[in-house]
Design a protein around this ligand. Structure first.
Ligand code: TMP
Length: 247
């Protein structure tokens, strides 16, 4: 498979058309490139962080392979044409962000006025509705079904698979000496088969990780305004840890 024309540049990832060996367009495959672009505050602050795309693609690829082994269907097909990309199944995305929280942090603390770092066991699951006009509001499971965003079976899949994803990712980062505080995942349906699957990514852009001293090893470094060099070395730290573990 070869890379075709650019189809869509999101805040952090770029999607490309994929060509088969005879030059025809693959109807159900995309190449997803993790880029060095970073943004916060609904795109109000942006920057370019050297090495971020490589680090995010590396961790996301490793995790998606582990999720598959644990029985979670995902969009991952194979490594892509660059060290920062992968071939993925084209998905019809569900317009929900699925958030799993093992410890209180971020918007949860702001919303409920509680301290950071309180353990949530079992993992707490939240849904937000991807709707720019309403600024991605929190949505209850029942409202998501009542509004026809998902049906009951899809809701069950979202909940069941997100708990498996949390178990796999928690163990993976635990081996690196990191605590998975929270994360965001997105699901969709395989355009070719209609199969429910995990899509998007699982990276330092989309989760919070703390080391043994409680330092962030994730995008919070950028959110709180640290220097570009600090942000870059935070993403590089993950690459170094994975290499040290021969991952
Ligand atoms: P929050 O505390 O800001 O709601 O974020 C919870 C988790 O979800 C955190 O790991 C960051 C991640 N997240 C995204 O990846 N994208 C988003 O747009 C939001 C709001 C959160």
């Amino acid at each position: 498979m070869k890379r075709g024309k650019k189809l869509y540049a999101g805040k952090a990832n770029t999607l490309y058309e994929v060509l088969s060996d005879d030059g025809s367009v693959e109807e159900y495959v995309l190449e997803m490139e993790s880029t060095d672009r970073i943004s916060a505050g609904d795109g109000e602050r942006t920057d370019v962080v050297k090495g971020k795309g490589y680090a995010n693609n590396l961790v996301s690829t490793l995790l998606f392979k582990l999720f598959e082994e644990a029985g979670v269907p995902t969009h991952f097909i194979s490594e892509g044409t660059t060290p920062s990309s992968k071939f993925v199944k084209k998905a019809d995305m569900i317009p929900l962000e699925v958030i799993g929280r093992n410890y209180t942090a971020g918007s949860f603390c702001r919303r409920y006025g509680v301290d950071e770092g309180i353990e949530l066991d079992p993992m707490l699951l939240e849904l937000t509705y991807k709707c720019d006009a309403s600024h991605d509001p929190l949505i209850t499971e029942h409202a998501a079904v009542a509004l026809g965003i998902i049906d009951g079976e899809t809701l069950e899949n979202i909940v069941d698979y997100t708990y498996i994803i949390n178990d796999v990712a928690t163990d993976f980062f635990d081996e690196l000496g990191l605590t998975l505080i929270d994360f965001k995942v997105e699901f969709g349906f395989d355009r070719a088969t209609g199969e429910f699957m995990l899509a998007d990514e699982f990276s330092q852009d989309t989760c919070r990780l703390h080391d043994a001293e409680g330092n962030s090893v994730d995008k919070d470094i950028f959110r709180r305004g640290d220097s570009n060099g600090e942000v870059s070395s935070t993403y590089q730290k993950m690459v170094d840890m994975l290499e040290a573990m021969n991952k």
